[in-house]
Design a protein around this ligand. Structure first.
Ligand code: TYM
Length: 354
C-alpha cells in the first residue's frame, strides 16, 4: 500500500533551545509545511527520562514546554494549518509504546549510542525510561503512521530503530493485519529520516569535535535561541578557530572541525552551500568572517527571539494552541490505536473512545 505522506517530528522541552536544534531540525520543520501535512510535537514525556536535576522539575517543564511551542511558532510553523501539541496530552503515545516494548528486542536497545552517552558510567542508575526512549520515539511517529521525519544527524540511529520496530510489527502480525483489511500486510510505514541542509550536526563553539548541546556546562558552547545580539556577538567572537586562513575549497575544511562548523552555520543560515560561502570568504582571516557571521546570526535569530519573548508572555495563548493541536492529534491517533488493538487482539469495550 502507498502510505499517505505525513511529516512528524519532536523536540524535547529541556531548556536551552540552541542553534543546532534550529538548523538541524526546526528550519526543516518550517520548510516541510509547504509540501506536506505536518505534526510537530513537544515531547514532554521524553523530557522526564533523565534525573529531575536535568529536566528541572514541574514548573521548569511547563515553562520549557511553552518555550519550545513559542519557538516553533516564532520560527514560522503555522499551528492552524499543521498540528502543534505536547505529547503527554495524547495517551496513544504511551499506549503504543507499550505494544512496541513487546516488539522491540533488548539487543536492539543495547546498541543505542545515545543511551550510552546519556547514561554515562552509572548505567545501573539510569531510568528505565531513558533506556526505552527510542521505543517511545517510534510510537510517536507510528501513532500517526507518519512517513517522513525531519531530524538532525544524531537521531539517525533512533530512526533506524523505528523502522525495525515497524517492520517487525508488520511481520509478527502479518495475518492479523491482512484480516483487518490491509491486503499487503503492511500496517505501519517504515518512516524515512530527512536529514537535510549543511548543518545537520552543529558542533560546540568551544570544541569542534563535540556536538552543540543543551546540556553543555559552558553557555559559550552554544547560541541559544533566546540570546540577544550582544550575547550572540560575544559567543561567535570567542568561538574557537585555528590559525590558518579560511580555505577556498570545501575539501580544505577536512580536519579543521571548528572552521567547518562555522562555515556550515553560515551556509545554513544564509541558505547557501559551504562551497558558495568559501567562494566569498576563502583566503580571508577568521576575524572578518566572524564579523559577517555575527551580523547574519543576529539578523536571522533576533526576530525569532523577539517573537518568542512576546509569545511566552501570553501562556494562555500557547496553552490554547497546545490543547487545540492535541485534540486534532488525538483524533488521528485514536484511528491508529483502534486498528492496532484489533490487530493485536485486544478486546475493545463500549466505554472508551473506541
Ligand atoms: P532533541 O530535543 O534533543 O533535539 C531536537 C532536534 O534537534 C536536533 N539537534 C541537532 N541538530 C543539529 N546539530 C545539533 N547539535 C543538534 N542537537 C539537536 C535533533 O536531531 C532533533 O531533530 N529524540 C528527539 C526528540 C523526539 C523525536 C520524536 C524526533 C522524540 N520523539 C519523534 C523525531 C520523531 C530529540 O533528539 O530531541
Amino acid at each position: 500500500m502507498a502510505f499517505t505522506e505525513l511529516v512528524f517530528s519532536g523536540v524535547q522541552p529541556t531548556g536551552n533551545l540552541h542553534l543546532g536544534n534550529y538548523l538541524g531540525a526546526i528550519v526543516n520543520f518550517v520548510k516541510m509545511q509547504e509540501t506536506h501535512n505536518c505534526i510537530y510535537c513537544v515531547v514532554d514525556m521524553h523530557a522526564i527520562t533523565q534525573g529531575v536535576d536535568v529536566w528541572g522539575g514541574p514548573t521548569e517543564l511547563a515553562r520549557n514546554t511553552r518555550e519550545v511551542t513559542a519557538a516553533f511558532i516564532a520560527a514560522g510553523i503555522d499551528p492552524k494549518k499543521h498540528i502543534v501539541f505536547n505529547q503527554s496530552q495524547v495517551a496513544g503515545h504511551a499506549e503504543l509504546a507499550w505494544i512496541f516494548n513487546c516488539v522491540a528486542r533488548v539487543g536492539w536497545l543495547n546498541r543505542m549510542t545515545q543511551f550510552k552517552e546519556k547514561a554515562g558510567k552509572d548505567r545501573e542508575n539510569a531510568s528505565i525510561g531513558l533506556y526505552d526512549y527510542p521505543v517511545l520515539m517510534a510510537a510517536d511517529i507510528l501513532l500517526y503512521r507518519a512517513t517522513h521525519v525531519p531530524v538532525g544527524e544524531d537521531q539517525k540511529q533512533h530512526l533506524e530503530l523505528s523502522r525495525d520496530i515497524a517492520q517487525k510489527f508488520n511481520n509478527d502480525f502479518a495475518d492479523s493485519i491482512r484480516r483487518s483489511g490491509f491486503d499487503d500486510g503492511l500496517f505501519f510505514p517504515l518512516p524515512e529520516p530527512l536529514i537535510m541542509g549543511p548543518a545537520t550536526r552543529v558542533m560546540s563553539l568551544r570544541d569542534g569535535t563535540k556536538k552543540m548541546s543543551k546540556s553543555d556546562a559552558s553557555d559559550y558552547s552554544r547560541i541559544n535561541l533566546t540570546d540577544d545580539a550582544d550575547a550572540i556577538a560575544q559567543k561567535i567572537r570567542k568561538a574557537k578557530t585555528d590559525p590558518e586562513p579560511l580555505p577556498s575549497e570545501e575539501k580544505g575544511l577536512e580536519a579543521r572541525p571548528e572552521a567547518d562548523n562555522l562555515v556550515g552555520i553560515f551556509a545554513a543560515l544564509s541558505a547557501r552551500s559551504k562551497q558558495d560561502v568559501l567562494r566569498e570568504f576563502g583566503g580571508g582571516q577568521f576575524s572578518s568572517f566572524k564579523n559577517a557571521l555575527v551580523e547574519l546570526c543576529v539578523s536571522k535569530l533576533s526576530p525569532i527571539a523577539g517573537e518568542m519573548k512576546r509569545l511566552v508572555a501570553d501562556p494562555a495563548y500557547i496553552d490554547r494552541v497546545l490543547i487545540d493541536g492535541a485534540d486534532r492529534a488525538r483524533a488521528l491517533a485514536d484511528q491508529t490505536m483502534t486498528k492496532t488493538k484489533d490487530i493485536v487482539g485486544f478486546i475493545r469495550g463500549q466505554t472508551g473512545p473506541w
